[in-house]
Design a protein around this ligand. Structure first.
Ligand code: C2E
Ligand code: MG
Ligand code: MG
Length: 758
């Protein structure tokens, strides 16, 4: 099958071979066209040649006929010429009188010179020559030479005349009009046309007794003069008469036969070949035309071939691209799935074992973010090469998308062999990549599934490899994990949620922000609002941050989520009257050394003043005591952004950490607030936090204020700001705007925030 496409275990190879087939198809078309054109030209030329020689043959036949006709006309003319003198009273009387001068002037010599009869003989009743003339001149004894040849003709005529006139006294009427003609060969091998006529009176005044008649013989030698005469009359070129001749390329030779079918000589001439001449005359022009035509055909074919080759190439390329990854050139997901299906089908027939490896690059996103997308692309290309170097030729390495790869490993002896390749993959990604002068470190997590029984479907195997990969990542990345069994429900659930969150971050997937106002303890005014993320899940309904923040951190999505929240909150704040917004940042976001730059970029993009942004961090971050974190915090504060320490008191941050890192505000964790007034120890802790804040020139906000008693107590202790359900629950931006507007006009909108008494 040509150019066709059949699914097979080696689809790629088939694509290639079909490309070769289609390329040779274009060659075949070209050769065929050439062959056709050649056959066409050859048959045209052949037909032309045949037609031309046919025309020329006919022309020659016509010329031969013309020569015959010319000769016959000359033969017929002889008696006609003779009659001008041979039917005449005077001729008879002068012959009887033997008047030689008269005979010469009117019958013999004259006739020879006037009509060009080569020889003229006058015979008496006894057939004896009265006068013999050659070329107008009387020649003695001439008749004796020709007599043997002419005698039979004379005898024949005499017999006719005797027959016609038998029993008559006057033969005139009976013999007038009789005559004998022939083509003879005279001695000396000279062919001649001969006409013998009786000489008869023209009136009744002269009478002739039968047998007493004189005869008149005229001859025309068949030679150059006859040939010239015929040639001129019938336009036969260079007509000649030769006693012997052979046809040549230039001359035609036609034999002249006598009555006995003996060859007496040959007429030869240069044939008129109109077709040949036409061809010869037009050959340069026709040849030129044919050459130009052939050139045009060749160019056209060449172009056709180039076009069809291009077309086939682009077709081949299109089908290559349809089954290969554009970045790396290795099979894509479609081809991978097809090959896996084929491999499993093959396995069912032959029992050949195979393993599937799913590979996910760890920290690839980090490379993309820090070194840029071109570097990320380069890393993917090199990663693909490292993978390809690990496998046998029969194995398939495919890119499934992003930083995910898959390997179909054939001829796997046992589970150990599969695991060995998995380990090799992990090891292959340990050395850093040198990309554009930077060292990029990524690891590879590998999930391995081995087709264990013949009922295993591609779908099963892919799911198993996927679960194994998930576990490899869960167990700390940069490791290889063999599929151990199906996931339990909780893990499966978590997996599904992760997928949904990825999708939600990519498009509008129900993520949104609510804002919880923070109040001044002293005036009861809204001093700011904390942005809190919510997720209206399509199937699960509204989800609290607790159900997906941890997941986002675990699955490497927190950076993306955090930046989305920051952008959203800043955009809102710019258009709102709220004095500032607080945005929670996960400790993991600070692992990105460009975190501060990203925050600044958001400020620049949204136009929010830095002093209107507060970033809430947790104690855990300070505990890392990392110079990079310290630097990031310093840069954020230098720009004018305030840093609040969230959930203060639940961790173990020491005063020295607070001093080293520079924090603007402490947020007392709601677990303390909840026990205020009920547990004197807690009261003491809260009081000392507030004192600490004051001593270090930091603001203090109490979270989770739910009761009037808590509010009173916190006020008494000197806490500046309050946040809690008692005052306001997290609300939509629209509700917050409404509350801010109501407060500005002095109304007690929402009714919950009241200035503290005293
Ligand atoms: P958080 O930063 O300490 O936020 C305060 C939490 O306390 C919020 O819960 C808030 O609704 C709740 N709350 C406020 N007043 C009261 C009260 O009077 N009584 C009680 N019982 N709770 C009160 P939420 O919104 O469920 O957030 C939980 C945690 O999720 C947050 O604690 C924060 O750590 C995290 N979170 C929320 N949004 C984000 C975010 O955008 N990024 C990050 N990284 N974390 C976030
Ligand atoms: Mg917070
Ligand atoms: Mg908190």
């Amino acid at each position: 099958m040509i150019g066709g496409y059949t699914a097979g275990p080696n689809r790629c190879a088939q694509l290639t071979s079909s490309t070769i087939q289609t390329t040779s198809l274009s060659k075949q078309i070209t050769y065929l066209s050439f062959a056709l054109a050649t056959v066409l030209i050859a048959s045209l030329a052949g037909f032309g040649w045949w037609a031309a020689s046919n025309i020329d043959d006919r022309s020659i036949a016509r010329e031969a006929r013309a020569v015959n006709v010319g000769l016959a006309e000359i033969a017929q003319q002889l008696p006609v010429d003779q009659d001008t003198a041979a039917i005449w009273d005077d001729a008879v009387t002068n012959l009887r009188a033997g008047n030689q001068p008269w005979i010469a002037d009117n019958l013999a010599d004259w006739m020879s010179s006037y009509f060009g009869h080569d020889r003229v003989y006058i015979l008496d009743a006894q057939n004896l020559p009265v006068r013999a003339v050659e070329n107008g001149m009387a020649v003695e004894g001439l008749y004796q030479q020709d007599r043997t040849v002419l005698a039979p003709l004379v005898t024949a005529l005499r017999e006719q005349m005797a027959d016609a006139a038998s029993g008559l006294t006057d033969s005139t009427e009976a013999v007038t009009g009789l005559g004998v003609r022939d083509l003879v060969v005279l001695p000396g091998n000279r062919p001649a046309l001969v006409s013998v006529r009786p000489i008869v009176p023209s009136s009744a005044e002269v009478q002739q007794a039968p047998g007493s008649e004189f005869l008149h013989i005229s001859l025309r030698l068949v030679g150059q003069s006859v040939a010239a005469e015929i040639g001129e009359r019938f336009e036969v070129r260079d007509l000649a008469f030769e006693s012997s001749a052979e046809a040549t390329d230039e001359r035609i030779a036609a034999p002249l036969l006598n009555a006995q079918n003996r060859i007496v000589g040959f007429f030869t001439w240069v044939p008129d070949e109109p077709a040949y001449e036409l061809i010869r005359d037009t050959a340069p022009a026709v040849g030129g035309g044919v050459a130009i035509g052939a050139l045009a055909v060749i160019m056209l074919l060449g172009r056709l071939r180039r076009t069809s080759t291009l077309l086939e190439d682009s077709k081949a390329q299109a089908s290559f691209l349809a089954f290969h990854d554009a970045l790396t050139g290795i099979p894509n997901r479609a081809l991978f799935e097809d090959r896996l299906e084929q491999a499993l089908a093959n396995r069912r027939r032959t029992g050949a074992s195979l393993a599937l490896h799913y590979i996910d690059l760890d920290r690839f996103k980090h490379v993309n973010d820090t070194l840029g997308h071109p570097a990320g692309d380069e890393l993917i290309r090199r990663g693909a090469k490292r993978l390809a170097a690990l496998v046998d030729e029969v194995d398939t390495v495919a890119r499934l998308g992003g930083d995910e790869f898959a390997i179909i490993q054939f001829e796997v002896a046992d589970v150990q062999a599969a695991l060995a390749l998995g380990q090799k993959i992990v090891a292959a990604f340990e050395p850093p990549f040198d990309i554009a002068g930077s060292e990029a470190r990524v690891g590879a997590s590998v999930g391995v599934a081995v087709a264990s029984d013949s009922a295993t479907t591609a779908e099963d195997l892919m799911r198993q490899a996927d679960i194994a990969l998930y576990e490899a990542k869960d167990n700390g990345r940069a490791r290889c994990q063999l599929f151990a069994g199906e996931l339990d429900d909780a893990v499966r659930e978590k997996r599904a949620l992760e997928m949904d969150l990825r999708a939600a971050l990519k498009s509008d997937g129900g993520l949104h922000l609510v804002y919880q106002p923070i109040f001044s303890t002293h005036s009861g005014a809204v001093v700011g609002a904390e942005a809190l993320v919510r997720w209206a899940h399509r199937e699960r309904g509204p989800l609290p941050p607790a159900s997906f923040i941890g997941l986002a951190e675990e699955r490497g999505l927190i950076g993306q989520l955090g930046m989305w929240v920051l952008g959203e909150a800043c955009r809102y704040a710019v258009s709102s009257q709220v004095p500032w917004v607080a945005v929670n940042a996960s400790p993991l976001q600070f692992r990105d050394e460009r975190f501060a730059d990203r925050v600044f970029a958001v400020l620049d993009e949204t136009g929010l003043e830095a002093r209107r942004l507060e970033i809430e961090i947790t104690e855990g971050l300070l505990l890392q005591n990392s110079p990079m974190v310290q630097d990031t915090l310093m840069r954020l504060r230098a720009r004018g952004i305030r840093i609040a320490l969230d959930d203060f008191g639940t961790g173990y941050s020491s005063i020295s950490y607070l001093r080293n890192h520079g924090v603007d505000k402490l947020k007392i964790d709601q677990s303390f607030t909840a026990q205020l007034g009920r547990n004197s120890e807690i009261d003491g802790i809260v009081r000392s936090i507030i004192d600490l804040g004051r001593a270090m020139h930091m603001g203090v906000t109490a979270e989770g204020v739910e009761t009037e008693a808590q509010r009173m107590l916190l006020g008494e202790m000197g806490c500046n700001q309050l946040q809690g359900y008692l005052l306001a629950k997290p609300m939509t931006p629209v509700d917050l705007e409404r509350m801010l507007a109501a407060k500005a006009t002095g109304a007690t909108g929402g009714g919950q925030a009241r200035p503290m008494a005293g």
